[in-house]
Design a protein around this ligand. Sequence first.
Ligand SMILES: Nc1nc2c(c(=O)[nH]1)N[C@H]1C(S)=C(S)[C@@H](COP(=O)(O)OP(=O)(O)OC[C@H]3O[C@@H](n4cnc5c(=O)[nH]c(N)nc54)[C@H](O)[C@@H]3O)O[C@H]1N2
Ligand SMILES: Nc1nc2c(c(=O)[nH]1)N[C@H]1C(S)=C(S)[C@@H](COP(=O)(O)OP(=O)(O)OC[C@H]3O[C@@H](n4cnc5c(=O)[nH]c(N)nc54)[C@H](O)[C@@H]3O)O[C@H]1N2
Ligand code: SF4
Ligand SMILES: [Mo]
Length: 723
Amino acid sequence: MTASSSSRVVQAVCPHDCPDTCALHVTVTDGRVVRVAGDPEHPTTHGALCTKVSRYAERTYHAERVLQPLKRVGRKGEGRFEPVSWDAALDDIAARLKAIAARDPQAILPYSYAGTMGLVQGEGMAARFWHRLGASFLDRTICSNAGGEALVATYGAKVGMHVEHYAESRLILIWGSNPITSSVHFWNYAQQAKRAGAKLVCIDPRRSETAEKCHQHIALLPGTDGALALALMHELIVHDHRDHGLDHDYIERHVEGFEKLRERALAWPPERAAAVCGIDAAVIAELAREYGSTRPAAIRLNYGMQRVRGGGNAVRLIALLPCLVGAWRHRAGGLLLSTSGWFRGARRDAWLQRPDLLEAVYGPAADGKKAEKGEKAKGPRTINMSTIGDDLLRESSPEFGPRVEALVVYNSNPVAVAPDSAKVARGFAREDLFTVVLEHFLTDTADHADYVLPATTQLEHWDAHTAYGHVYAMLNRPAIAPLGQARSNAEIFRQLARRMGFTEPCFSDSDETMALAAFDPTRVKPGELERKGWSRLAIGEAPFANGDFPTPSGKAVVDAPGVGVPDYLPNYESVLSSPALAGRYPLAMISPPARHFLNSSFVNVPSLRAAEGEPVLEMHEGDAAARGIADGELVRIFNDRGSTLARAVVGGVTGRARPGVVHGLGVWWRKFGRDGTNVNQLTHQRLTDIGRAPAFYDCLVQVERAAAAGAASEGGTSAAAAE
Ligand SMILES: Nc1nc2c(c(=O)[nH]1)N[C@H]1C(S)=C(S)[C@@H](COP(=O)(O)OP(=O)(O)OC[C@H]3O[C@@H](n4cnc5c(=O)[nH]c(N)nc54)[C@H](O)[C@@H]3O)O[C@H]1N2
Ligand SMILES: Nc1nc2c(c(=O)[nH]1)N[C@H]1C(S)=C(S)[C@@H](COP(=O)(O)OP(=O)(O)OC[C@H]3O[C@@H](n4cnc5c(=O)[nH]c(N)nc54)[C@H](O)[C@@H]3O)O[C@H]1N2
Ligand code: SF4
Ligand SMILES: [Mo]
């Protein structure tokens, strides 16, 4: 690294909700960040970043950053504020929270997710604060909980292959994942494998950027992955012989309950699955043959395929595939959905989050652990973040507990990202709800706040990170001082704690202290972490070559407590389960991420928004023609929950949509939408089979020309979208 005398390079970490958790080199010249680049030494980052985070300086120095505390002056949701001092804001917030807590602290709800994945600025000091206050628990389910809990039920933890080893795989199934968009460093290894002769197969309803570049694309209908997995098993069982099929020795020694799975799979010949998935039976038979005979064979599963009713069961079935063929024997075989479970025990959760502080409110043993059978749980009630639309509108009741009176949001933009957003927005618009939002920008959610508190970005604060796509513990150092009056989330909660009268010494720990002590020093070498910025966990190269799954028996589990033997479950909204609904709303809508956004982050960065243009709906030519819709026309997408407007992208050279499926790429801020809505106006709050997660991609709609609907004219955009 060359640096002029006034320049320095700071070791940092990308904080975003992305499996790659890149190591960053931040160049600071005269106190200003001039460059954010990938650390060339970090093995998986390899010196490269995605487009979004290469533009991190543009986001940090954005003219619309909130840099002072703001207090609402307009109506709820109007987004009109006036500046106030930190003291005035924090005094008032603490007084309001105290008054509510004196009646019942459960009427206060923290709402946060993965705006930063940091252990300090995420659920670090904030968790200490909420535990001490005794506020409602938030069930953090919005993204990965169906697949996550499914993996835990099957393997015992959220664990899988090392991403580096995909470079040596001979067959890679990229399943429910668009890594060119969402995990570009995995894609780098997949391309190495491709160059070395491996076959890449993409299993995705959408002809994504990734599907285009794979040897084969299997465009199944959304939510039918479980049926496909069962039919693959059927073929492996029926055509089982040496060198092609089941690994009996591996199954015998390392799989618990195979007979029950065998029975289930035998009910799924390829023809049956083909009819459900909307693909050719021959494609399934051929894929099974290849998967059964190629070594090493690896699956890159991602969360795109578990956002449907049966998402958890589907993940369980797919996770059992590598166990049936013994793919785990080789380090380049197996499956990766998440590596986050490898960090269990390496991260000092109890110290970072202090669940023991609940005792102050709920008495001894109220540390948030689930109660044993027959025991009454001590501690606050839990509210699912994915049903916030309904829950903000609920009155007090014995089942629900107290009505939510105060909401403190950080690291999340629920008004844009939570399902059934008409209801979410209605809840946030309650005049009697006291809402505080810690943010960088005036998002859709911040617009609904009583107070907006300016938060620092990753370039301005300390943090420590784990990852869910690799096994390096990481350290983020601040590159610059906080901009304006911004304060880190941890500092804001520290200040609030003081005003609430919380005197425990843990409320004095600095951000730096917390970041440097976030890991168990026997698992993560502190010297290396501080010197290099990252340190690799000691995890075996082929961790399940000899079984050793972190389950009670050490085996992968078919019949798991509470979830049973996995099966295919049709979508809530599909011809199979709701024919009448499918008659009115015949198109299945999925809303996967747009390449230049990260959930709803970056939507307000001009260069990235320009790259995405405007909200689009990808459609197949046949579906468009049947509705008189031409490429580039404005369309209205609707169902019983609401409607939103988008620009139709029909067919084209890429032909991304298959018949019967439309793609509303997400997640736009509502206020950038033509009518102040986004795709979540159409999604529902019903939860997945496992993990209580939203079924965003289990959603039937109808589409029509916006002109036909008499909706906004071509130029008639909402005020916010017109800028
Ligand atoms: N650029 C960018 N990167 C991101 C994100 C982002 O928003 N933008 N999001 C981040 C987050 S929060 C997460 S959780 C991760 C993972 O984020 P994911 O949401 O898993 O993202 P993708 O890898 O794009 O995978 C989604 C893919 O699954 C496909 N899909 C949808 N329904 C089905 C289905 O029923 N079956 C199958 N087989 N496929 C289906 C979609 O068409 C899409 O191509 O990525 C992270 N990375
Ligand atoms: N229709 C549809 N909806 C979806 C999805 C989909 O695929 N389709 N994807 C879902 C998924 S996978 C996820 S993970 C969720 C994501 O939902 P969220 O976790 O809410 O993610 P973002 O929309 O990126 O919002 C994060 C916010 O945190 C803020 N932030 C970042 N860093 C900090 C910080 O240090 N301090 C504070 N105070 N704020 C910070 C950012 O400015 C940003 O506004 O959305 C879900 N919603
Ligand atoms: S968003 Fe993902 S790929 Fe982009 S810099 Fe962050 S961790 Fe790396
Ligand atoms: Mo996510």
